[in-house]
Ligand binder design. Sequence first.
Ligand SMILES: C[S@@+](CC[C@H](N)C(=O)[O-])C[C@H]1O[C@@H](n2cnc3c(N)ncnc32)[C@H](O)[C@@H]1O
Length: 452
Amino acid sequence: MNLPDDFITKYRRLLGAEADDFLASFDTPSTAGYRVNPAHHDLPATVTETPAVPYAKFGHYGAVSGRSLMHQSGAVYSQEPSAMFVGATAAPQAGERVLDLCAAPGGKTTHLASYLRGTGLLVTNEINRKRVKVLAENVERFGVKSAVILNDSPDRLSPVFPDYFDKVLVDAPCSGEGMFRKDPDAMSYWSLDYVEDCATRQREILTEAVKMVKPGGQLIYSTCTFAPEEDEQMMAWVLKTFPDFHLVPITKTGGVVDARPEWADGNPELAKAARLFPHLMQGEGHFVAKLERDAGDARTPRGQAKLGTELTSDQRKLWQDFAQTVLGHAVAGQLITVKDQLFAVPDDLPDLKKAHIFRPGLHLGTFKKNRFEPAYALALASADEPATQTLAITDEQWRAWVHGETFTLATAPTKGWYLLTCDQQPVGFGKVVGQTVKNFFPKGLRFTVYDD
Ligand SMILES: C[S@@+](CC[C@H](N)C(=O)[O-])C[C@H]1O[C@@H](n2cnc3c(N)ncnc32)[C@H](O)[C@@H]1O
């Protein structure tokens, strides 16, 4: 690989004798990985019995196609193995309030959601308007519950969530040196100046992020770059600028090593952070640090969330009929409508009037004239709670389904909505009329499955 000259010179200087192995690793193949969604059951051995990533709960080595049933049903999420170290370091406890500040496309957010399992609160934010759409698609596909998706800059969010979160993740926009092997285009905008620009932006993001960590809470900072300016030096700057934060040790296995204090101000505390190097482990490379805020009094956020409109009695009845007949269980959270869309919003939210809300919670469906149409997101969030009205479809029918076609059943079940499953995995809600299953697979997501 033609690495930039400045990059080679810099890492020869920093790594000394280790530089040859580091630089040679860019010419070796990448190792793919994926995480298994703990909300899904009865998964085939092809996804559960591949080698586990030693440090990452739910993580496995191997590749899963984006057009496979496992990916499309949200049973797995493809993620390169070193990126899994971030979620594994944050490892939120059930019931915690968690913020993912730089979240698209959603690799770490979906990992955090696997720990929360629908408890607590996950606020997942992406500043970029195009990227927040991709984040929402991935959050929905992974069946995440108790999540609010925001589209804001960190300085707009910090007054909304003062001292609020048990855990804040800053997976910072960075110079992406750890992406060079997988995506050589990442080299085209790299330069020594670009590293400095990224560091400036990271300081701005962190300045807002620290305000949202509750006293005693944690801030997890990560990058996919090797540049000390964005890694050890950034943490040295946080320790000096925000003296109520300190680094806490991270357990390091599977080739993960201590960060390099000598690449910053020599503060030995910096060794508590972790470096993932491609010549020492199977993965592209990351830097991860865990900071903890001292205990103390927290400011209270203003007001309560008012995110939408209460349901009319007709809407409530339509939803209850659907929930009883098709789902067979209630859905957690507060029910609200935004225009004709029904959402289940997490209970524990402050006033979000000043935030740009992209999704206020789990999308349950749409109220149409005198009827309710369930959402794709609700179907994929049903993996851990069997629905009363379920219809198992074949692989061939699933291919027709994701292509947007209706298909015909051998016999006619009772008319109405069914949660369709294929190989035990939820794939959407279909409406059965006679022997026909009408297609409600979202138009923008339709695709053709080709044989391998
Ligand atoms: C490394 S990526 C996040 C990857 C994501 N956490 C994942 O695991 O899929 C960094 C994200 O930060 C966003 N970003 C860029 N500038 C930002 C800023 N000033 N404040 C917050 N986020 C920013 C980018 O749009 C990008 O989506």
